[in-house]
Design a protein around this ligand. Sequence first.
Ligand code: GSH
Length: 208
Amino acid sequence: MPPYRLFWEAMSGAMALEILLEEMGIAYVPVPVDMAAGEHKSAGYLALNPTGQVPALALPTGEVIGESAAIVIALGERHPGSPLVPGAGSPLRARFLRWLVYMAASPYMTFVQFNHPERFIEDEAAHPALVENARRRLLGQFTALDRAISGSPFFLESGVSALDFYLYMLIEFLGDNRQAFDGRARLASLHHAVAAREPVARVRARHG
Ligand SMILES: N[C@@H](CCC(=O)N[C@@H](CS)C(=O)NCC(=O)O)C(=O)O
């Protein structure tokens, strides 16, 4: 069976998946996609992933799937029994899915506005206001996540899971821990505990 191939860009949503693959002990090959050069919109990449987005994961079967949350769920189903992705029979499953989808649908997408205001409005004069609005919304989304943390130091009371890796990544996207942690003590201790894990430090170093 060929290993998984993870279509990858530094400081993209690939980070959480890379951490998950490493923590689950699953063999994979990172495939860098040069987004600055527009490789994600090339005919070759679009044939693999019609949305032209990174991350994407090629399964050992050759099928390519996109969407970071879907990839986490698919990995859990293909490698059942890992506590990192609570399975269908777990009492934590519904909560796990709810917050995983929230992270991918809300803060991850707010980061697009934060980092790329030009995708939302062409008028450059409006960009600073759009970025500031995204920053405020991100902090509100981090507050919601801080309130939702039910474990200590990890998101779920059962211990470390893919939610922790995803949330760690979002905090790294913001880059300014002081802003993220101010008034959000649970978020700070979760980040601290995830950052201390050896596979996480190894993956984080690759993202520069
Ligand atoms: N909903 C997608 C979002 C992925 C996404 O926005 N990726 C960014 C890179 S971090 C991207 O590919 N942007 C280029 C584009 O959307 O055209 C997911 O969760 O995987």
